[in-house]
Design a protein around this ligand. Structure first.
Ligand SMILES: [Zn+2]
Length: 263
């Protein structure tokens, strides 16, 4: 709402000033409520992001386990292949024909190839394990830092929520005190309509028009607002016309428009 400073010469019925104060208070209360309601989502966001970081550790650990399992299998295969090779080598003494010898040597060559392949694969898996282990440690560090950060941020947000709630309650008490001082008729009017007009139920007259719907006011209404002896409502939108933002009593000799650009 408009600041009243510099407008001390305005004639304002005290109950209208109370309504203006109430309206300002309601805007603050509404903004506080919006802010308070928006904060839990931030807490969820922090928790979700942390959970994602933790899941990455689990996923890396899972990959590590899989690699380890594969290596164990390959090591078993290698043992078998070496066993096979030993068996073939021992059979060499019993070979009688060149043909048999040739076949046996072929088997030995095949199994040696298999052994080479398995050894390469095992070395490759060992490298992968080492790399995964390093990644796991790094990710664990990241999680640790993220946990510290998340804890600090969550704490700050929770403190902010508490602070805002406290502020809200204080203002709400003020509202109760304020509203108790407002005559019933005006109070009913305000409570019925203020949600609809969101901080603009009690409006000034601006350029001779209603500050809410901008309809040009009848001269008679303007005079009523200037005299400030009764409560005046806009004929169109029924907002309460609190005062004339452009009007100062001493300039109102006979012609209120003398110091204003003509329209
Ligand atoms: Zn209006």
């Amino acid at each position: 709402m408009n600041n009243q400073e510099g407008k001390q010469k305005l004639k304002l019925k005290p109950e209208i000033q109370l309504l203006i104060d109430l309206q300002e208070l309601d805007v603050k209360l509404r903004n506080l409520k919006t802010e308070i309601n928006s904060l839990p989502a931030k807490l969820t966001e922090i928790a979700t992001s942390l959970e994602e970081q933790r899941e990455q550790v689990l996923s890396l650990k899972h990959k590590y386990e899989e690699t380890l399992k594969e290596r164990r299998h390959k090591e078993m295969d290698l043992k078998e292949a070496e066993e096979k090779k030993r068996k073939f080598l021992s059979q060499q003494v019993d070979v009688r024909t060149n043909e048999e010898m040739h076949a046996l040597q072929h088997e030995i060559a095949l199994v040696e190839q298999q052994i080479d392949k398995l050894e390469d694969k095992i070395l490759q898996l060992l490298d992968e394990e080492e790399l995964l282990n390093k990644k796991i440690q790094e990710q664990k560090e990241k999680v640790k830092l993220a946990e510290e950060k998340a804890e600090a941020e969550s704490r700050a947000i929770k403190e902010k929520i508490e602070k805002l709630k406290h502020h809200y309650n204080t203002l709400n008490k003020k509202r109760d005190e304020l509203i108790a001082r407002i005559p019933d008729e005006l109070k009913d009017f305000y409570e019925t309509f203020h949600e609809r007009y969101l901080g603009e139920l009690v409006v000034p007259v601006v350029n001779g028009s209603c500050g809410g719907c901008f309809m040009q006011l009848l001269p008679q209404r303007l005079v009523q607002v200037h005299l400030a002896q009764e409560i005046v409502f806009c004929d169109r939108c029924h907002r309460l016309l609190a005062y004339d933002a452009d009007y100062t009593p001493e300039s109102n000799t006979t012609d209120n428009d003398s110091d204003k650009p003509s329209r």
